[in-house]
Design a protein around this ligand. Sequence first.
Ligand code: 4AD
Ligand code: MG
Length: 462
Amino acid sequence: KIDIADLYRKSGTLEGKTVTVCGWVRTIRDSKALGFIDLNDGSGFKGVQIVFEDGKIGNYKEVARLNVGTAVSVTGTVVLTPQAKQPLEIHAAELCVEGASTPDYPLQKKRHSLEYLRTVAHLRPRTNTFSAAFRIRSAAAYAIHTFFQERGFVYVHTPLITGSDAEGAGEMFTVTAFDLDRLPRRENGAVDFSKDFFGGHTSLTVSGQLEAECMAMAFGKVYTFGPTFRAERSYTQRHAAEFWMIEPEVAFADLDDNMALAQDMIRSVIRAVMEKCPDDLAFCNQFIDKGLLDRLNHVANSDFARVTYSDAIEILKKENGRFDYQVEWGSDLQTEHERYLTEQVFKKPVFVTDYPKEIKAFYMRLNDDGKTVAAVDLLVPGIGEIIGGSQREERLDVLERRLRETGMNEDAYRWYLDLRRYGGAKHSGYGLGFERLVMYLTGISNIRDVIPFPRTTGSAEF
Ligand code: 4AD
Ligand code: MG
């Protein structure tokens, strides 16, 4: 038995050999005594053509009647076909139906809309677009681990259930092990979570950063790669309620080191995916985003731009006429502003640094101007923000003040403050939204189409 991807890789040595391949029928056609199947097993983008002939296989009539979607295993001879579109085919000697499919199979041989395919998320990995997207997703995940492992980072696992809000933005999903109706209520009617499973209010994590900081203060260089959850009510193409994040955290590193690491990582992941998934990317380039390969090639080989938030605001203010939301110093950047900066002004990925402290999280290091923090967002064409990061506030007194200013419960962050009490050091890190990276790598414009089973506001089917 051999994967179809290996069949192509080793085609030179396989001529005339007998092999077995297993997969799902993408298309099937027959005329009287000769038929053809395009068989795909997901090991690579390309399927293989199976030729079946009456007399050469014992069950010709049964096979000729098969529906698209059927699972089969085929044993036959490899025949090289250098003059044809595909370099080889398999002439079946035995074709075994592993699992039949019915004529109402939801993926017929025509182009289905992405909206329709979202309604059959359990089957859509068998289409060209989604098999390409999810193979690229897999290759990108592997490339990220490789990147950090080769540089001596320790992969740390941070908890998904947590008692603290890492972003201080109040966008957390509550976790409870009891029937809400049976939990005791306080006098004001609020549920008394102190009687809950954990004996306190717990949520799904929005970021592993604060725990990653603890680990960085022991290992120096660490990264997380795991799911995170946000109860944002954003009906956009780039927000999901459950998404994966990569969060490196580095001790003794400042904001410049942080940007250098982010640029290095993005470029090295692009190169790795281009090497590992050329067929998948070629498909995306042809059918999803015509400029994709040129763009990725360019980004993999050039430096990203840099601009401070204050300078970015000066640029944007002159263009306020074209935006739905007008900006001034102090405004949070909306997707339209982010995309204008990266698509029209810089025409490549751009790091925006030093945002006003009011629009960023409490843990970011206060700059000497007392107004801005050492924050950095990476914006890319077509999407906007894909990375958010910062140098962290390592000064205990400043951090305590920031916690108070932002109205956070200091008690819940005792352990976090301890990091500044016992051998604190300057340190920096960032979070890369993995789905947004996959969107960037494939040209796919909706986050629902780069994660197998998307969870977004109002929808968590399957
Ligand atoms: O900018 P964010 O909120 O930063 C943090 O969570 C920091 N604690 C990271 C760190 O410094 N360790 O989120 C980081 C990235 C964003 O740039 C975006 O790419 C992605 O996570 N992201 C989302 N992706 C999909 N759906 C959502 N709802 C997302 N929210 C953030
Ligand atoms: Mg952000």
